[in-house]
Design a binder for this molecule. Sequence first.
Ligand code: MG
Length: 451
Amino acid sequence: MPRLFGTNGIRGIPGKDLQPELIVKIGHAVSARLGKKIAIGRDGRISSPMISELLSASLLESGSDVYDTGMLPTPALQFYTGRKKFDGSVMVTASHNPPEFNGIKVVGSTGVEVSRQVEKEIEALVFAEAKLEKNNLATGELISVSDAIDVYLNGITSHVDIEKIKAKKFKVVIDAGNGMQALAAPKLMEELGCTAICINCEVDGNFPARGSEPIPEKLTELAKEVRGLHADFGVAFDGDGDRAVFCDEKGTIQTGDKSGALLAYYVLSAKDKVVTTIATSNLIDWVAEKKNAKLIRTKVGSVDVTDMMINTKAKAGFEENGGFFFAPHQPVRDGAMTLALMLNALAEWKMKFSEVMAELPVFYQRKGKLSCPEELKDQILSRILNVADGNTDTTDGVKISYPDDSWVLVRLSGTEPIIRIFAESSLEARAEELYKKYITIVNDFINKKEE
Ligand code: MG
């Protein structure tokens, strides 16, 4: 059976892969599987109102009552879903994908993305075009709600020491990248007595400022503003506001590996558990050991991290792309919660951002990607397994670890015809050596096959 759901919900190009007929069928299936009381939200993409209206109409037709929250960050809708006891919700977003994309994220009654099993059940309903059991042929009711962001921010501030943060009078540059945190993060800063200097905070579905993905190369404006304004730090969010990437007061962009490990250090106590993917830095191994906490690694993907956190009752989770998950709030990645935790950590430690980072051991990373024909992907992994000269782990792709704490990961992208290669070591030259060695192996293999 064909798959609709990818690593992170249903994604596609409206009018091409996301046809109105399909969207309507998804609405019917979501209603049939999740229930009567459904919330809906959307990001600021140009096509989001169209998809949201189609989904609403089909949910209503199926007899569900639809609570429309309008535009908001994905984690805000997730929190609202759990807090207000909905049977589930749908978020119209393609997160950090380019403007022409859109997508549908399906959330269960606890506010967490539905499990892989429920995704399959929804797919089966979509493809079977099952005749829907209607509620006495009555359509549901459409209700507009306007308190979702406030409920979300109240949830966040309940987990931090507001007075301690207020006393520090932090000055922070917020780069919303024309995305959804523009509607929540500045308000959060106000509630925490901080000064927010907002750049790219006009919601725009074309993401004209720096694109919707907060990758370090795109955050030069943020770094410049932080330095120029002598801010305490800066933070950049992705399009739907579930990821946060930080910039220290010197203008250095800190990757999600580092900020995630730092926040884990802050929130973890002895015997707590932290979940991350096999693609993040060994810095978290150091943190877990220091805090006497248990580290669990999963496949790459936020749903995998969330599932593992729930199954193991972990307190925190993170990804190298800036996703941080704080279970006492909700076990999903959440950009504004991440920002609030960072403010609390810095207020408590009474140190500058760069000074805190300097306390952590240094690991060097080298990352790259190669395009690769779909049909060769699996063969490449077998080849890597055959030539691997260290301990191998096949949780996701092939990860080869060495006794000196260095590692290299060769991983297939789930969404594009590319192969990613990551290498890390506490020695810069060693990271480079491992990266070159394995990218050459992959490259030679692809070229030989294509001859
Ligand atoms: Mg996102």
